[in-house]
Design a protein around this ligand. Structure first.
Ligand code: MG
Length: 164
């Protein structure tokens, strides 16, 4: 059985993951409008991944006999700058999510909830990957510049991201 403190914190994180998904879908829509279809594809794959994260937590709550209560999702930003600016925003967002996951882990530790700690270890590792991916794309975009054929090459590479 989940303690109330852990259940509340996981419910909050379910919201955070869906909020992340919503941010990336909004970025994807922006990229489509700018004819950056590769980046739009990458961000849509990211939207799906964030929704999977939310469902992984959703399932954990039920597996432990808890109750999911969905929280309000905010309207995401709709105006974005350059592709480099977008991925800098992705990295900053993921760094924030890492802090939230770490905080959630600390709550599970305080509550002696070992099963939740194991579940959350997957998320801690996932955040290392998320920050690394965003950082690598930022480096590529810094090298390619803000426009021209080199930017299109990066966009094409982003478009090659496999789903899931
Ligand atoms: Mg996530």
């Amino acid at each position: 059985m989940l303690s109330k403190a852990v259940q509340d914190a996981i419910n909050e994180q379910i919201r955070n993951e869906i909020q992340s998904a919503y941010l990336y879908l909004s970025m994807s829509a922006h990229c489509e409008a700018k004819s950056l279809s590769g980046a739009a594809h990458w961000l849509r794959a990211q939207w799906e991944e964030e929704l999977e994260h939310s469902m992984k937590l959703f399932k954990h709550v039920y597996d432990r006999g808890g109750r999911v209560t969905l929280q309000a999702i905010e309207k995401p930003p709709t105006d974005f700058s350059s592709l480099l600016g977008i991925f800098q925003q992705v990295l900053a967002h993921e760094q924030k999510v890492t802090a939230l996951i770490n905080n959630l882990y600390a709550i599970a530790t305080k509550e002696n909830d070992y099963a939740s700690q194991i579940e959350l270890q997957w998320f801690i590792k996932e955040q290392v990957e998320e920050e690394k991916n965003a950082s690598e794309i930022i480096e590529m975009l810094k090298m390619s510049g803000e426009s021209g054929p080199t930017l299109l090459m990066v966009d094409r590479q982003l478009g090659a991201r496999a789903k899931g």
